[in-house]
Design a protein around this ligand. Structure first.
Ligand SMILES: [Zn+2]
Length: 230
């Protein structure tokens, strides 16, 4: 990323430039906190550097956030989140197969990463089903909302969705979030059965069911990355 050896962007993590037939320039910070630039095939390097200079404070801010998330993930490697709190995972080879939660810790009988992550997924999915389905029924009844089917999924980029047939999909990784945050996502999707968009009417319906929904929406925005580690 140098022109005539004169440029020095010491604030940046390693940069990648991906050239393609696109028309515009874009900057993203990837999950390793690296700056990735997508540029048109023949755009002069000078133009790219100017653009980076212009966006320097945004890049710094974004990289600092991702770097913190990476550190945070590393220090929580042997922990699992459940309803907003972190619990240690301990390995006990003589324990029963799968994952057990005692209320204070998780016990797994395998240390191998793949079987362990499978048991974790299985546990989250099962537990989320037990917790979320009754909540959907509860809020739907209480507010006269019609829901067809509820499906538990692991959608990488979405916490929940509601189809035109009023089928609601929920991401079981939400089990890591506090109960109120799970409620918020459920209420959000239930309100989509009457408002198909995010209009003012939609948000005021959400608010009438959950007056403090903004707090839980913000929690998800700030902490959502923590729920994606399984
Ligand atoms: Zn929505």
């Amino acid at each position: 990323m140098q022109e005539n050896g004169s440029s020095n962007y010491s604030f940046m993590a390693p940069t990648r430039i991906i050239r393609s037939k696109r028309k515009t320039l874009s900057l993203t910070i990837n999950e390793n906190a690296e700056l990735v630039i997508r540029a048109p095939l023949r755009l002069p390097i000078k133009k790219i550097q100017d653009f980076i200079n212009e966006k320097e404070s945004w890049i710094n801010r974004k990289q600092a956030i991702i770097e913190n998330q990476i550190k945070d993930a590393a220090s929580n490697q042997n922990k699992l989140m459940y309803l907003g709190s972190s619990f240690p995972i301990n390995i006990n080879q003589s324990a029963a197969k799968g994952l057990i939660f005692t209320g204070e810790e998780f016990i797994a009988n395998s240390i191998e990463p793949i079987p362990l992550s499978l048991s974790i997924k299985k546990w989250y999915k099962k537990k989320f089903r037990e917790i979320a389905i009754p909540k959907v029924t509860y809020f739907a009844r209480q507010h006269n909302l019609m829901v067809n089917e509820v499906r538990i999924k692991n959608q990488k980029t979405m916490w929940g969705s509601c189809s035109s047939k009023n089928n609601i999909n929920l991401n079981y990784l939400l089990l890591m979030a506090p109960m109120k945050v799970i409620d918020y996502v459920i209420i959000h999707e239930l309100v989509h059965t009457i408002h198909r968009n995010h209009s003012l009417d939609f948000w005021s319906s959400v608010e009438s069911i959950m007056p403090d929904y903004k707090e839980h929406k913000l929690w998800l925005k700030t902490n959502g990355y923590k729920l994606r580690r399984v």
